[in-house]
Design a protein around this ligand. Structure first.
Ligand code: HEM
Length: 140
């Protein structure tokens, strides 16, 4: 069970990407998940879809539990020679970050409200002044 830590080249992965022979590359390690396909709670299709290439980002995007990470060890069959991995894995820019979007939303909403309220206040103030002016005229 993953005892022989072989070193593969990235191109090796491409030969193992179907339902009967499915390898994944996650964080530089190679996993033979053929026996795990049916057990995977996320389904076999997603694993087959990312087989034969670097699936690190796909794996991390899901936010797998520690349990899941523990399970992986069982299927590890070796590592990949990092010099053979195409660069896009490490260079890939971060995907949209909902956290920053949320942060941006608050001031956005506040300034929208202000944009609406401030002109109303000014208008109200102007009318108020006009009425006061008229009142003074009629009193004198
Ligand atoms: C050896 C590798 C993997 C193992 C051992 C594994 C294990 C698991 C486990 C245990 C879960 C249940 C939820 C949890 O405990 O986090 C899960 C859910 C899931 N996994 Fe994986 N997984 C692996 C690889 C992947 C990859 C590469 C992908 C994406 C391409 C993926 C996609 C998903 C999805 C979509 C779910 C369902 C999440 C949900 O329904 O909330 N998994 N996986």
């Amino acid at each position: 069970m993953g005892s022989g830590q072989k070193v593969f080249v990235y191109e090796d992965l491409a030969q193992h990407k179907d339902i009967n022979d499915c390898w994944l590359l996650i964080s530089g390690k190679v996993y033979d998940v053929t026996q795990f396909l049916e057990e995977h709670p996320g389904g076999d299709e997603v694993l087959i879809a990312v087989a034969g290439r670097d699936a690190t980002d796909d794996f991390e995007d899901i936010g797998h539990s520690d349990d899941a990470r523990g399970m992986m060890e069982k299927y590890c069959i070796g590592e990949v020679d990092s010099t053979t991995v195409p660069l896009q894995k490490t260079v890939k820019p971060r995907t949209s970050t909902p956290v920053t979007n949320q942060l941006n939303n608050d001031p956005g909403l506040l300034s929208k409200i202000l944009q609406f309220v401030v002109p109303l206040l000014i208008l109200g103030f102007a009318f108020g002044l006009q009425f006061l002016g008229k009142k003074e005229k009629t009193e004198t």
